[in-house]
Each structure stands twice: as C-alpha cells, then as structure tokens.
Design a protein around this ligand. Structure first.
Ligand code: OSB
Ligand code: MG
Length: 367
C-alpha cells in the first residue's frame, strides 16, 4: 500500500470514576489516535501509552513525537504492509507502544481494503469474550465492596483487585467474606512489592485467587521465579513480558504460569500473536489485558482475545465502565460477555461528531 498521509489525533477523555493503582491515580485519558490514509482504505489505531510514564517508560506526548518525528519518516514514501512496518522501524530502540500504534493502523487499512476482519486475520476461534473488570484501590473497604457489588450486578464474570503494600490482604479477605468463594477473583500489584514482602503476600494463598499479577519489578524475572515456586497461587506476568522472547524466557525460568497479553506493551498485534503462540506451546494460558482503551483499542483487543489460548477472563470491560461517551459505538457487556467485532479491520471507527467535539489537537504527516 501507498500511504498518502497520517493524521495524529489527540483526545482528552474523562474516566467515569478515578482509577487508582500502585503507580498513581488516573482521572482522564490523554489518547493518541492514528489515522492512516491509503488510496484503498483508511486505518485507525489507538496508542495505549498513559499521560505520564508511570506504568511503563512510554507516555502519550512522547509517543506522539516519536511517531511523527522518528517512526513515520522511516515508513512513508515506499510500499508499506503491516508485515513491513516493524522491520522498517527496527533502527529505533524501544517505544513499543508507539510502534504498535503505527503497525495497527497500517494493518487496519490493509484488512479494510481486503474486506477481512482482524479477528479472522489473527486466527480467532471465538465470537464472544468473557469480560472481567479491573477495580482500583479505594479509600475504604466499604467503598470497595460497593464498587465490586455493582460490577457483579452488571454481570462481570471476574473481578481483579489492584493491590499495593497496605492494601492487599484486607481488601481480598473482605471481598471473599462479602461475595463468597465462588466468584472469580485475582489481584494485580503493578510491580509494587519487593522480594522482602514475600511472607506478607504469601498470605494471599488462602483466598483461592485465580492468579497474582506482576508483584515484583519489571526486571525481576528471577524474583518472580522464586515466588512462583513457593506460592500455591499462580503468578502471572504483565509488565515483564515485553516480547515473545521475554515470554519464552520467563516461562523457561519458571517465573509465571499465566501471561497477561497487551499488544501495546509487546509492540503490536503480530508480536502479541507470537506471545500467544509461545505460551500455547508451553501450556501456559493467557488472557487479554487492558489499558483503559477507548472503543478503538478495545475492538482490536477483542479480536486478539478470540484466539484459542486466551482461556482466562479478560480485562476488557464495557464502554460504560470507562467513559460516559466512548469514541465508537459503545461496547456493552451482556451476560458477562463482549462480542468480537466482525466488520473489516478492527471493525469500528470513531463517530465523526464525537471525534470532532473531543479532539484537542491534530497533526498531519505526509511523505
Ligand atoms: O496493569 O493491567 C494493568 C490499566 C492501565 C495500566 C495498567 C493496567 C490497567 C488495568 C485496567 O488493570 C485494565 C482495563 O480495564 O483496561
Ligand atoms: Mg497489570
């Protein structure tokens, strides 16, 4: 394909409720969208970087600049396909979220031109995804129980509690006591613990959790291996898995028995599929993480989550869990499920009026 131009669109979206994790509190998303124009079709993608470099080193403004100033100049002018994007960008170190956005927008345009859905292209075997919800750190246990009760009433099939030192055993015990042992429950520490916290966190073993996600720092894969050997609860990695190679190494070291897959974190949907395949070959189940995406990012994540080794409930929730007004037609959870989009490419586009109203900045890059 020949790319005629690429538009970078920035959108400010307030979250319906503040989302607190061990790395900070988010009240809004600063979203970067890419729109790739080719003679045959246009392609859309959402960058998952946050406003600040606190989950990873990437952040929205940095991703915007690296896409416009470093990535697109390496790509534009020649013939481009989704498979040619990463090789063309290999001279740039890191910036996986930014690179993923470029690759996804090109892939979307390519698939729209071919009339094929992303789900079909990736090899999805499922048409509906089990929807879980990620619940932030709350100011008090009663408030947490209200929130969890609301999500269970809304039909979510699995609850994930964000934890940090000082907010771990007590909230888990309270949720188990109020809602029972049968609800699917897991926790996510976002790297907030140190190896010295071993005894504290192992107290979670008595609560029958599905998994404990990323308790130790991103680089401490060996520490996760030590904990995985000693815990009854499966250890799952998020931040540490930055590529299919990292996934293979972590599994070989025994650092995890479950993997959270986020395409932005690993540099795109093609690499995400390789992570899926590596895990599947090793007998390690995976599940679809989330980064508070709008409908643009969420649609693509649903396609990936349709692959066969995504056997645990996802962090993909309905639009109304995040935004009063999503950028696309809203995704609605019914009986704990979300549909895998079936239209060409990612299957959705921003609603033009909504985008026009919420866009705060636009920049066009041409060959
Ligand atoms: O660690 O999974 C995480 C959101 C932003 C950054 C990191 C994470 C999360 C979530 C929310 O847990 C998942 C979602 O609902 O999109
Ligand atoms: Mg996580």
């Amino acid at each position: 394909m020949k790319i005629e131009s690429v538009e970078l669109v920035r959108v400010e979206l307030p979250l319906v409720t503040p989302f607190r994790t061990s790395f900070g509190t988010q009240t809004r998303r600063d979203v970067l969208l890419l729109r790739v124009l080719t003679p045959e079709a246009e392609g859309w993608a959402e960058c998952v970087a946050g406003k600040h470099p606190v989950y990873s080193s990437e952040y929205t403004e940095g991703a915007h600049r690296v896409v416009a100033d470093e990535l697109l100049p390496r790509l534009l002018g020649g013939d481009v396909t989704a498979a040619s994007v990463m090789p063309a960008l290999s001279g740039v170190q890191g910036h996986r979220m930014a690179k993923a956005t470029v690759e996804t927008a090109v892939l979307d345009a390519q698939l729209r031109a071919a009339g094929m859905s992303l789900a079909h292209y990736l090899g999805a075997t499922r048409s509906e995804i089990v929807s879980g919800v990620s619940v932030g750190i709350h100011d008090s246990i009663p408030e947490l129980l209200d929130t969890v009760g609301g999500y269970l009433d809304a039909g979510y099939a699995r609850i994930k509690l964000k934890i940090e030192p000082g907010w771990d055993v007590a909230p888990v015990a309270a949720v188990r006591e109020r809602f029972g042992d049968h609800i699917a429950l897991q926790v996510d520490a976002n790297c907030a613990y140190a190896r010295a916290d071993f005894r504290r966190l192992r107290a979670l073993d008595e609560f029958g959790l599905l998994l404990i996600e990323q308790p130790l720092p991103e680089e401490d894969v060996a520490g996760h291996a030590l904990w995985a050997a000693a815990f009854d609860t499966p250890i799952c990695l998020d931040e540490s898995v930055v590529s299919a190679q990292a996934a293979a190494e972590a599994i070989r070291l025994g650092a995890c028995s479950v993997v959270n897959i986020k395409p932005g974190r690993v540099g795109g949907y093609l690499e995400a599929r390789r992570v899926h395949d590596v895990c599947q070959a090793a007998g390690v189940p995976v599940w679809a993480g989330g980064m508070l995406e709008t409908g643009i990012g969420r649609a693509a994540n649903l396609a990936l989550a349709g692959l066969p080794n995504f056997t645990l409930p996802s962090d993909i929730s309905g639009s109304d869990r995040y935004y009063q007004q999503d950028l696309t037609e809203p995704f609605t959870v019914v009986d704990g499920l979300l549909p895998v989009p079936t239209g060409p490419g990612i299957g959705v586009t921003p609603i033009p009026d909504v985008l026009a109203e919420l866009a705060v900045r636009r920049e066009v890059v041409k060959p």
